[in-house]
Design a protein around this ligand. Structure first.
Ligand code: ADP
Ligand code: MG
Length: 334
């Protein structure tokens, strides 16, 4: 019916069939996937459905020059990161693509990035929408979590320890280097990977069920995201900047003096920040060892509202950005 020798004339229907209909493995709980008006899913009894959606807009959330394969990876990764932060097991995804044109090479690379990560976590692409317009990618994911075990933002309690996974600041430091260095981020490939190919901390989220009292993924920077936990939980905290885990590459970029702003306020690392009672410390260390993922204690939850970020010399870090101090009510009221 359609002339496949003229691939640039692909219809929307051809495009879906060619790039997305068979992209991911089939799950038994998908009763009806791509091809009907809606997907039909079998949600097991006793499980809760965790649902999250994120949009990436060209020029806003990514450079139009970024590799389409990385974009396919990241558009799913940022969503899986939200499921990780809920302690949910990824199950299904939908994909709404707005494309300026049908570029088959672009679509193939995008589908490869998306499909590889989906397969890694057993996620089936069950539907979507395809439209023409300025490049924009919306992914919705659905995951499963046993009733009562979801990791929420509102469970942090006074005395809980505050942890982060992995290292912080790589993505923001790479972006900063991109802006100040014509060599394109100092050619630092491992930092570029952190920005363009974030790894959702799914295994950590699952392992922290029943252990962590609260969790969030760090998409907007540690201070903002930990601030969400503190607000939702009605508590405050002090963190020690000397404890914040940095990669060797980040330390090298920082040279002699550490610029804390990108590390504390830059997002895009998609690590988890979570709280847990002191009594769970050994168990968290064991999980960290098993997963081969650092889980570093960086502070403690306190009754006093606000988030205090303590510098190695004991003084409090203040954002150089005027007016940006909503996370730390200053004693002078300034
Ligand atoms: P409708 O007009 O009923 O919304 P569409 O023609 O948009 O149907 O889509 C046909 C089928 O293809 C649906 O099952 C839809 O979920 C799926 N689909 C459309 N676009 C995508 C996409 N980008 N990725 C995955 N599935 C898609
Ligand atoms: Mg549609």
């Amino acid at each position: 019916m359609h002339n496949m020798s003229q691939p640039s004339k692909l219809t929307e229907f051809d495009l879906i069939g060619r790039f997305f209909a068979h992209l991911t493995d089939s799950r038994e709980d998908v009763l009806l996937g791509i091809g009907d008006d809606a997907a039909l899913l079998d949600v097991p009894p006793g499980k809760r459905l965790a649902v999250s959606v994120d949009t990436l807009v060209a020029g806003v959330h990514f450079f139009p020059s970024v590799s389409p394969e990385s974009l396919g990876h990241k558009s799913l990764a940022v969503n899986l990161s939200d499921l990780a932060a809920m302690g949910a097991e990824p199950a299904w995804a939908t994909l709404a693509l707005t494309l300026p044109e049908v570029d088959e090479r672009w679509l193939k690379a995008f589908a490869t990035g998306f499909g590889t990560l989906a397969t890694q976590y057993g996620v089936q692409l069950i539907g979507g929408d395809t439209t023409r317009g300025p490049l924009s990618i919306t992914v919705q994911v659905q995951g499963l979590v046993p009733a009562g075990l979801a990791l929420r933002r509102d469970g942090a309690r006074t005395g809980d320890q505050i942890y982060v996974t992995g290292c912080l600041g790589d993505a923001a430091l790479f972006l900063k280097a991109l802006k100040t260095d014509s060599a394109g981020g100092g050619g630092n490939e491992s930092l570029r990977q952190r920005l363009e190919r974030p790894q959702p901390r799914i295994e950590a989220g699952l392992a922290l069920r029943g252990l962590a009292t609260s969790a969030i993924d760090i998409s907007d920077g540690l201070l903002a995201d930990l601030g969400h936990i503190l607000d939702a939980s009605g508590v405050g905290a002090t963190i020690e900047l000397a404890e914040i885990p940095l990669s060797d590459q980040a330390r090298a970029l920082q040279a002699a003096t550490v610029d804390w702003a990108p590390i504390l306020t830059g997002g895009d690392d998609y690590e988890l920040c979570f709280t847990a009672p002191q009594s769970k410390r050994a168990e968290i260390e064991r999980i960290s060892g098993t997963l081969g993922l650092h889980m570093t204690r960086i502070g403690v939850v306190e009754r006093e509202a606000g988030l205090r970020a303590q510098l190695p010399d004991g003084s409090l870090w203040r954002s150089p950005k005027a007016g940006f101090n909503h996370f730390a009510p200053s004693p002078e009221g300034a």
